[in-house]
Ligand binder design. Structure first.
Ligand code: GAP
Length: 514
């Protein structure tokens, strides 16, 4: 785990050093859990968004996009349940004055017991070697069984407290489990209180007339309140979907792990409207399709897993997360929820407007059911960054840091490098850039040795380097260097476009989903 922490720290500093992610307001000592994307980060982020947007809107002729405003009528958040129930239970340590999520403290205590189980298994594996029967050991070893029983009891008590919204019981669990503050090391805890995660501000110029409005905590509600506008103006028939990418804001109590949990972040959400009774079939379809979208990137199939929710929110009848193996464990990147007709019915009730869909085949009016796919752009960015980062030992004792980004997502697709800064090589290199730049994000770089320039491009994940040398002036050929293998091939300048296009285009990625 310590080694994974070290790797994660390196990834975070690499992201800063190479213009991917900066701490917001850094020269003012930063703003907690808010980040800015730099010159390479914004390109990678845009490519992720483009991949999602095109996969949704180009590959499905029944999905269209919208871009709704961040500010919405405050009653929307009453109807959706966010005003009353979008809360986290918080607890303060009186000595360190640090604030924690009570549920996270307990989840960490459960994770510690799980670590103990894994340690026992790892020890036994080492001791018994080939003959080790792991399943049997997990079932029968007394120490493992004891840990498992403790974990299950704690998990049950925790779930019951959360479901009953019992804040006293949450505090009591923290006391009983002897959970200490990681900073002060003490158990001097306050009561547990509910903390609403929505940011609010005032809209309007006069104190009397000002209205309290919220920064949206999810983009989904903008889709719900527009579904009938889109359906009618687009003459859409069920089933159909509406996609949206946009900022969301949550006043997270515990914000950590870099861009994993932020206070301002971006979501890519799609609501798929279906006939009542057909929602579980569509839930299954979207669950499979979304995993396929992730896997098509080639980051490693083993890095994904589903986490099906056993306990469902009152409005959902099925829910799963797609988790990705980050350096700090498997974590949720995307949620897929069957939200029944809860949100639309609530908006019908609170707005007093009829927002039923008329089904021309059934000749019936009804409120559609909804399957939601909701993925965080920043978490997706983090999963791509973490799985692409590698410190490679090269022959001759040299090392390089390389980002094996999926080529279609790479911020720069190719770099054109004149071998030397004279003899007409820069002019020829510029000529090549001026041709390629219309189709690919292309860099020109003439500073430092060619080796250093290759390393710089490796570090930002550029799939191709094109080196212009004296031979280029004679026969119009260049060396094409491949980022991952470092292999160099001599190719004609006339073939560059085709050679690069085939592997870096979003097109080839999208075709895997067809
Ligand atoms: N409309 C459903 C919804 O918002 P959610 O599970 O709360 O569901 C969906 O959020 C996704 O948004 C998550 O899977 C995650 O990728 C991303 N997300 C949520 N909170 C976030 C935060 N504080 N920072 C970064 N991403 C976040």
């Amino acid at each position: 785990m310590a080694q994974q922490d070290e790797v994660f720290k390196k990834i975070v500093s690499h992201a800063k050093e190479y213009g991917f992610v900066f701490q917001s307001s850094e020269i003012y000592d930063g703003l907690s859990a808010v980040y800015d994307y730099g010159q390479n980060g914004v390109e990678l982020k845009n490519n992720i968004k483009r991949y999602w947007w095109d996969a949704m809107t180009l590959l499905h002729d029944n999905i269209v996009g919208i871009d709704s405003a961040i500010f919405m009528h405050p009653t929307i958040w009453k109807a959706s349940g966010h005003v009353d129930a979008f809360n986290d239970p918080l607890i303060d340590n009186k000595d360190s004055k640090k604030r924690y999520r009570a549920d996270v403290l307990i989840e960490e205590a459960i994770a510690k017991i799980e670590e103990k189980i894994e340690k026992e298994v790892a020890k036994a594996k080492k001791r018994f070697g080939e003959s080790f029967d792991e399943a049997l050991f997990r079932e029968t070893n007394p120490r493992v069984c004891e840990h498992k029983a403790k974990r299950d009891a704690l998990h049950q008590r925790f779930s019951d407290a959360m479901n009953a919204n019992d804040l006293n019981e949450l505090r009591q669990i923290i006391i009983d489990e002897e959970i200490v503050c990681p900073i002060s090391g003490t158990r001097n805890w306050t009561e547990v209180r509910q903390f609403n995660l929505m940011f609010s501000t005032e809209m309007g110029s006069t104190a009397d007339g000002a209205m309290k409005v919220y920064l949206r905590p999810e983009t989904a509600q903008g889709i719900f309140v527009n579904y009938l506008n889109v359906q009618k103006t687009g003459r859409m028939r069920l089933p159909f979907g509406i996609a949206q990418i946009g900022k969301a804001f949550r006043n997270e109590i515990v914000a950590r792990q870099f861009i994993f949990r932020m206070r301002e972040f971006e979501q890519m959400e799609m609501q798929f409207f279906v006939r009542p009774g057909e929602e579980l079939k569509w839930f299954q379809t979207w669950k499979e399709w979304r995993l396929k979208w992730h896997k098509a990137l080639g980051l490693g199939d083993e890095k994904y897993r589903y986490h099906d929710h056993e306990k469902l929110a009152h409005y959902a009848n099925a829910a799963t997360d797609i988790e990705f193996q980050m350096p700090f464990g498997f974590k949720e990147v995307e949620g897929i929820h069957s939200r029944t007709n809860f949100d639309l019915s609530q908006h019908e009730k609170y707005s007093g407007k009829n927002i039923k869909y008329f089904d021309p085949e059934l000749k019936e009016n009804y409120v559609p059911y909804v399957i939601e796919t909701s993925i965080g752009v920043d978490r997706m960015f983090l999963s791509v960054l973490c799985s692409s980062y590698e410190e490679q030992q090269l022959e001759g004792g040299d090392t390089r840091v390389v980002l094996h980004l999926p080529a279609a997502l790479a911020p720069v697709k190719c770099a054109v490098l004149p071998l030397v800064k004279k003899d007409g090589l820069p002019d020829k290199a510029r000529e090549i850039v001026n041709d390629l730049k219309f189709d690919f994000a292309t860099h020109y770089d003439e500073k430092d040795s060619i080796g250093k320039r290759y390393r710089r491009q490796d570090a930002i994940g550029t799939p191709y380097c094109i080196t212009v040398d004296h031979q280029t002036l004679e026969d119009n050929t260049v060396t094409l260097r491949h980022r991952d293998t470092m292999e160099q091939t001599r190719v004609s300048v006339d073939d560059l476009h085709k050679l690069i296009h085939d592997s870096v285009s979003l097109n080839s990625l999208l075709r895997k989903l067809a």
